[in-house]
Ligand binder design. Structure first.
Ligand code: HEC
Ligand code: HEC
Length: 303
């Protein structure tokens, strides 16, 4: 057993080599999100440009050629009062048991803020949570609402958003993005800067603190990506003045394009770390195995 220390050393070299790669990739700082259940953020974003009002002076539309924000009634081309009437009935049926008949929230046993106040949140917030299937919540006690297939239609979701907004007008209105002049390369750079820390550079998603996670961004409809960016669901920060509508459009083009349909350039897919990091892992493991083999062969000759 006199060669045991050498074997130990070789194992240590292999271990350190591999570990250093993990330390290197894990050091990118992760945010420390708050409790996922207290998410209320009234009025995230205000009308910026191209404001259009109706006869009574109410804002029904604003935005630019990149993103147009409209009231639900304006989007569907129906009357405001009709839509609110339908929305109120749908809300009472699907939402009031948790969020209360006045939509002002109800504390859940021992978890204040578990049923958030929806008043003044803006139609884009309500629309996002319904159309991403998060609401009505299947299990309201989970640390974070889960994306699912929506059980409520697009028009019904807009009707509910219209009624909630009639209680107290909020922004943003519901966005519609136009990708025709989008720059995917600009979107990729902005994504790396603003989103990849949580969702990873491949958009595959990742765990955050306290049991929460940034979900996968693969195959999310384009207008829901705008809604998420502009309203910041759950533990995601909202991006308002710091990203222009044109920049958001570019990010959406990247998220619904190359990220949703990734080109597979081969490789092992070690968590999609990318060729350089994956190469280092290969190197560390390979060198470690070779070192062990070398020591084993050496031991034989000496014996
Ligand atoms: C079974 C209870 C339940 C029902 C029913 C329900 N919700 Fe919720 N809702 C919750 C809980 C719990 C949260 C907090 C989830 C989180 O933050 O992850 C929430 C969060 C939300 C949010 C996010 C609030 C914010 O501040 O970001 C919106 C918007 C919302 N619900 C709308 C609705 C609408 C509209 C309906 C009806 C279609 C509905 N909910 C039905 C329990 C419920
Ligand atoms: C601090 C971490 C963080 C950053 C930065 C971040 N997100 Fe998020 N994102 C989250 C979390 C957490 C959720 C899930 C929220 C929930 O369901 O409670 C989320 C949800 C989403 C969703 C909804 C996906 C679904 O399952 O419905 C989209 C789309 C999205 N993010 C896009 C982006 C984009 C684009 C950026 C950059 C502009 C970005 N995010 C930046 C943490 C982050």
């Amino acid at each position: 057993m006199k060669n045991f220390p050498r074997l130990l050393a070789a194992t240590a070299v292999a271990f350190l080599g591999t570990a250093s790669v993990y330390v290197g990739t894990a050091s990118a700082s992760k945010p420390n999100p708050n409790n996922g259940l207290t998410t209320a953020r009234p009025d995230s974003g205000a009308p910026n440009s191209g404001v259009v009002t109706d006869a009574s002076g109410q804002i029904i539309k604003y935005g630019s050629s990149s993103i147009s924000y409209q009231t639900p009634a304006q989007m569907l081309g129906v009357s405001q009062s009709q839509l609110e009437h339908l929305g109120k009935a749908l809300y009472m049926q699907n939402c009031s048991s948790c969020h209360g008949e006045a939509a002002n929230g109800v504390p859940y046993a021992g978890t204040p803020g578990a049923y958030p106040n929806l008043v003044g949140l803006g139609p884009a917030v309500v629309d996002f949570w319904i159309e991403s299937g998060r609401m009505p919540a299947a299990n309201p006690t989970t640390v974070q609402a889960v994306r699912a297939k929506s059980v409520i239609s697009h028009a019904d979701a807009l009707a509910i958003a219209a009624w909630v907004n009639s209680l107290q007008a909020g922004y943003p209105l519901v966005p519609q993005v136009n990708l025709s002049n989008a720059s995917i390369s600009n979107g990729a750079a902005l994504f790396a800067l603003n989103c990849a820390a949580c969702h990873t550079i491949t958009g595959g998603g990742d765990a955050l603190a306290n049991g929460t996670y940034a979900p996968s961004l693969h195959k999310i409809p384009k207008n829901q990506v705008v809604e998420a960016i502009r309203t910041g669901p759950g533990n995601m920060p909202m991006f308002t003045g710091n990203l222009s509508d044109a920049q958001v459009r570019d990010i959406v083009a990247y998220v619904t394009g190359p990220i949703s349909h990734p080109q597979n350039d081969g490789g092992l897919g070690l968590g999609g770390l990318g060729p350089v990091a994956e190469g280092f892992i290969g190197l560390a493991i390979g060198v470690g195995v070779l070192a062990l083999l070398g020591f084993w062969v050496g031991e034989r000759n000496n014996g």
